[in-house]
Structures are given as structure tokens and as C-alpha cells.
Design a protein around this ligand. Structure first.
Ligand code: HEC
Length: 173
């Protein structure tokens, strides 16, 4: 009797132990999966802006423009050419922002009933759109794409040079 019972008990115990081991194994698998998931999500989050955002101009890599540089150099080193097409600047073929033809468009922006900025003249409009891009968003283009730190990277002299250049560009129909 005892000899018969023992193997029976042993089997039950084995079944319970194996069962428990299976549960622990499944639980561990689940934990490992759970741990991996957030990692995947974070790498996705890091990659997304790179694939989506288009053109990213790193503040740290943009030098201060003094205004003594030639105008095309200012546009290139400041990153404007990555996002804007600028007539007369050969390498400026960017499409992230509008083509810069402020000789025609500055007036148009100021006349827009949706204009809520502080500029009163074409000159002020161009200055504002460089130093505070969110003051007016050109229709069809996104806000928060153009950098907001150009005030720290362009001296008054460089800014004057840019504005003078841009206001001379008329729209070619
Ligand atoms: C990362 C992309 C990006 C960079 C770099 C960039 N811009 Fe822009 N810019 C935009 C976008 C997008 C808009 C349209 C949205 C808005 O109105 O803010 C814009 C709008 C403008 C406007 C208004 C145009 C209009 O027709 O009213 C001016 C002027 C301008 N940018 C000048 C510059 C200058 C000058 C530089 C370099 C010093 C520069 N931008 C750098 C993306 C960029």
C-alpha cells in the first residue's frame, strides 16, 4: 500500500512543481516582453522627429553672424537655406518654409486680416518673422519648425543685411 501510495504522491508533487515552474517561466517571459516594450517605444520616439522633421538646424552648430560675412554665407551658416528657397542664393533650395520673396509678400502678410503681429512696415514684418516666427504663420506652413533663437545668432548688422536682401526679392509670377 505504502509503496503504491508514494509514487502517486510523488507524481502529484512533480505535477505541481512542473506546473509552478511553467508559471514562473511564463511570468518571466511576460516580464521580459514588458521590459522590452517601453524600450521599443522610446527608440521610436527618438527616431520620429528625425524622420518627420524634415530639416533640423542645431542651435549649437550655428555660429554668430556679425554682418561682415557675405549675404550668401549668412544664409548658409544660419541654416536658412536648408528650409527656404531664396532667389539669387544658388544653394538655397529648401522647401520646409515658404520661398522668400518678401519684396512682394511682406505687404501681403500685413494686409492679411489674420495678421496679429506687431509690425507696421515691411521691414518690421521681416524682422519679426525671423526673430519671432510664431507672430504670424504663413498659411500652409507649420508653426514651431523655424528656430526661435535667431535673435541670439544674428547681430543687428547681420539682421539688417538679411532684411535688406529679402525685401529686394519680388515674386516672379
Ligand atoms: C527648420 C526650417 C527653417 C529654418 C532653418 C528657417 N526657417 Fe524661416 N520659416 C520656416 C517655416 C516653416 C516658415 C513658415 C511658418 C511661419 O510663418 O513661421 C518660415 C517663415 C519665414 C519667413 C516669413 C516668410 C513669409 O513669406 O512671410 C521669413 C522671412 C523667414 N522664414 C526667414 C528665415 C531666415 C532669414 C532664416 C535663417 C536666418 C530662416 N527663415 C530659417 C522654416 C525655417
Amino acid at each position: 500500500m505504502a509503496a503504491n501510495k508514494k509514487p502517486g504522491q510523488w507524481n502529484k508533487e512533480t505535477i505541481i512543481i512542473v506546473g509552478l515552474m511553467c508559471l514562473v517561466f511564463l511570468w518571466t517571459l511576460n516580464r521580459v516582453e514588458m521590459e522590452n516594450k517601453p524600450q521599443e517605444e522610446t527608440t521610436e520616439k527618438i527616431e520620429k522627429p528625425e524622420t518627420k522633421a524634415t530639416q533640423k538646424v542645431e542651435k549649437a552648430l550655428v555660429p554668430l553672424a556679425t554682418g561682415k560675412e557675405p549675404i550668401d554665407k549668412i544664409f548658409v551658416q544660419s541654416g536658412c537655406t536648408a528650409c527656404h528657397t531664396i532667389p539669387g542664393i544658388r544653394v538655397a533650395k529648401g522647401r520646409e518654409g515658404p520661398k522668400l520673396e518678401l519684396g512682394t509678400t511682406a505687404r501681403r502678410r500685413l494686409a492679411d486680416p489674420n495678421y496679429r503681429g506687431k509690425a507696421n512696415t515691411d521691414w518690421e514684418y521681416v524682422q519679426e518673422s525671423i526673430l519671432n516666427p510664431s507672430a504670424y504663420i504663413v498659411q500652409g506652413y507649420p508653426d514651431h519648425v523655424m528656430p526661435r533663437w535667431y535673435g541670439q545668432k544674428l547681430t543687428a548688422g547681420a539682421l539688417d543685411k538679411i532684411i535688406t536682401y529679402l525685401l529686394k526679392i519680388e515674386e516672379v509670377p
